[in-house]
Design a protein around this ligand. Structure first.
Ligand code: DLL
Length: 439
């Protein structure tokens, strides 16, 4: 089987839209008939399945949110009987109940196909050794990439996350050529490799498939240099699929969405109006082939931009630019909207190296305070007092001007901030208040 699906991946937009329209209208009929909460929402909005004939009718449909999944926990939004469901995953999130998602055998096959397509797009073949260092379990990263690698026919190494020494030994001894892991774990593995005498020449790595959290171009460079490979961005979320809803091709210029299975839209998170192509806003997905949990206009909370021009690789599938953060990660500090990604970019603007940082937000005497804890690193800051003070000043100036709010900088000793094997935790908010999106 060839996982470069040329007719679909390079189809002219009108052909792709015809396919999407066909799938969308039958999907809407299916969810209306099988998911009581959808039927209730559509009835309340005065929309009937027969009103949805094409992608142009998408905006008539009500949105779905994580709260809908919580309200119908665990299986109330499933469209298939549980006897048809072959797998569940769950995401814990930081607050509230877990979100439970399910897949039929057909859903698993499509997911594996999307993951195989992602690997092919970034240069993977059946001759590769795909080392999966995302966590296995209820998190979708491990099993998602695992099934994709097997579908491709590659040698699949189900390493899971953690135990850095063993990971590096496996890279070296098993001949891993493509490694799938979170970007923050990649950075921490590079640090570990240096400390333990591994050199990039010890490995045959050619690609890293990094996702599950936001990461910057500077982190990409650091991962590429550290391991001597190309690092590609991959995106997904449990509610829609898991990894490979979209993935970069070899040109590294945005992630091609598997639009034959998911229709993306960008909406204004306040007004919920659909925004024109090229504008940044909240990403919304509609599943058009899912059986078990076919979410319609699901608000991801991720802030992204869609680019519709044809990529150098020939694919016409729309590209999502790197998500800039999440509406629910947005901090409001003294009334100013601040995203952790802005602070990371400010830090990288003057030292150009990915560093470990933690944002600690508090409220003292009714005034918000933001402390940026930055881990020192011998290759960036020497431990001489003047250098440390200079670094602090530069960091403060860069961050203050990027976010428009005065911050306090606290330099901390190397290795004092927690390392993550999965998604990095970048914010501790001690204020316990909701942001303007109510999350
Ligand atoms: O993180 C699925 C995944 C696993 C994607 C492995 C890629 C690789 P969840 O745990 O449900 O699923 O978290 C989904 O993670 O809404 C984004 O906020 C964030 N996210 C995922 N990929 C990226 C990425 C998996 N490439 C949430 N860039 C999403 C930025 C990402 N954020």
């Amino acid at each position: 089987m060839n996982y470069y699906m040329k007719e679909i991946e390079t189809a002219p937009r009108h052909e792709l839209e015809a396919l999407q329209s066909f799938r969308l209208s039958s999907q809407i009929r299916y969810v209306y008939d099988n998911v009581a909460p959808y039927r209730a929402k559509m009835d309340a909005a005065g929309v009937k399945p027969e009103d949805i004939k094409s992608v142009n009718d998408l905006a008539k449909l009500p949105f779905t949110t994580k709260q809908d999944l919580r309200d119908n926990y665990p299986y109330g939004m499933f469209a298939s009987p549980m006897s048809e469901v072959v797998r569940i995953h769950a995401s814990s999130g930081t607050t509230g109940k877990q979100t439970v998602v399910g897949y039929t055998q057909k859903d698993i096959d499509i997911w594996a196909e999307c993951a195989a397509r992602a690997l092919v797009g970034l240069g993977g073949t059946k001759d590769d050794f795909v080392h999966v260092a995302y966590g296995y379990g209820l998190f979708t990263g491990g099993l998602g990439m695992h099934y994709g690698a097997e579908k491709l026919g590659a040698v699949t190494i189900p390493a899971s996350a953690g135990n850095s020494m063993r990971q590096l030994e496996m890279f070296r001894d098993f001949g891993s050529s493509i490694v799938c892991m979170t970007p923050s774990y990649a950075i921490s593995l590079i640090e570990f490799a240096k400390e333990n005498g591994f050199k990039k020449e010890d490995f045959q790595l050619k690609a890293a498939v990094c996702g599950a959290e936001p990461w910057s171009e500077e982190m990409r460079r650091e991962i590429e240099d550290g391991f001597g490979l190309h690092a590609y961005d991959i995106y997904g979320l449990s509610e829609i699929l898991g990894p490979s809803v979209s993935c970069e091709c070899v040109h590294q210029c945005g992630m091609h969405v598997c639009e034959d299975h998911f229709i993306p839209e960008i909406v204004d998170p306040d007004t919920l109006e659909v925004l024109p192509a090229g504008q940044q806003g909240e990403l919304v997905f509609t599943c058009i082939t899912k059986e078990a949990l076919p979410l319609i206009r699901y608000r991801t909370r991720d802030i992204a931009t869609l680019v519709y021009d044809t990529c150098q690789c020939g694919r016409t599938l729309v590209r999502m630019l790197k998500p800039q953060g999440r509406t629910d990660d947005m901090l409001i500090i003294r009334g100013v909207n601040v995203f952790p990604s802005q602070i990371e970019a400010a830090l990288l603007s003057f030292d150009g190296k990915a560093i470990n940082y933690l944002l600690v937000v508090d409220r003292v005497n009714n005034l918000d305070s933001l402390e940026v804890q930055i881990e020192t690193r011998a290759d960036i800051i020497s431990d001489n007092i003047t250098d440390l003070e200079n670094y602090s000043k530069k960091a403060k100036a860069a961050i203050d001007s990027a976010i428009g709010v005065g911050v306090t900088i606290k330099l901390v000793e190397p290795k004092t901030l927690a390392r993550s094997m999965g998604k990095a935790v970048r914010v501790v908010d001690n204020r316990k208040i909701k942001n303007k999106f109510g999350v």
